[in-house]
Design a protein. Sequence first.
Length: 387
Amino acid sequence: MAQRKRILICTQYVHSKSNSTGYFWSQLVNSLRDSHDVIVISCDSEDKTELNFHVKAINHNKNHLISRFFGLMILTYKMLMTLKRHARPGDLVMTGTNPIFLILFMPLLKVQLKLKWILLVHDLYPWNLFRSKSSIVNLIKIPAERCFTKIYNSCCQIVVIGRDMREILSSFTNSPIEVVQNWVCSDDIKVIERSKSCILNRLGWGSDDIVFQFFGNMGRLQDIDNLLMAIKNVTSPSAKFLFIGDGVKSYKVQEFLNEENPPNVKYLGSLEMSQNNEGLAACDISIVSLAAGMYGLGVPSKFYFSLAAGKSILAVMDAGSEVSRSVKEHNIGWCCNASDPVLLAQKIDWICNEGMALKKDSHQEIFRRNYDAKILLSKMLSIVNNV
């Protein structure tokens, strides 16, 4: 039996209803508490107790670089001070990549307080920032790479959520790296038959329509422009497109609707967490996209939720990326190279005309065998026990 450890989890989100990152952390916390003493430091804890410490975040504009910088720096300072007050020599600290500034100070804190440190990497900083093409970010590219290489080298253990992420990171660090894909608890996903989808019935899209859905964050790296340009070139009359979510690029979808007024495209905005199952049910095919050049830099969590809901996947991203690789390995959808709207339009037309007949109704079983929380949380527990 593994020795009971004292673990401090310090991360921005740990509540299952905050976002997908909070969902993953909340399940990890609950799993670890069965065999270890876990203390949580976050800005979205449900309550303040001797095992949960709530750090209040200040309001800031996430879409404004300067406002976001200062907001995250203040949050990082508060979390660090809380961590210093409660950490003891020999404790195991687990952090993620939110807030990003936290990991800048962890190597020093690890040495000062004689801690062990596991880093769970959901986004591969700083390389994912360079894809944003911000002039300010690109000015600091070389020093940032050197800084983060030292940070990753100071970890006792790194856990990444994609095999492509491990390939990239292993060229910069000698720290041990394990791959544990994002998980979803099958009990949290209520599978709703397509014919009973309230959203599709309200839109009047029936069984003869093939609904492609983008559900989630419409950020700079999701290549929304590519999707919209492809939709303009799709010729199949059965193809329908549903956008759900928000983000800095959501205005592009609204502009597209205002200018083109396409009858086969709808945008619902964001849904409450309680409506996620309804959202997941409202399609035949889930579009999971990343911009060109994002290989190894992130893994969209929507893939796992859509697969748990029994949906086929259209992965639009660099070849060999984690999601693209999984789609091919398990034969659960189709893949298309990123940032090629003509090729994507042709792929969608082919799916509508011929491809749907090739898919088998085995997606939920594939999910349960490979990505269910019980399997992957067990792997995480094994990693923690060995650090």
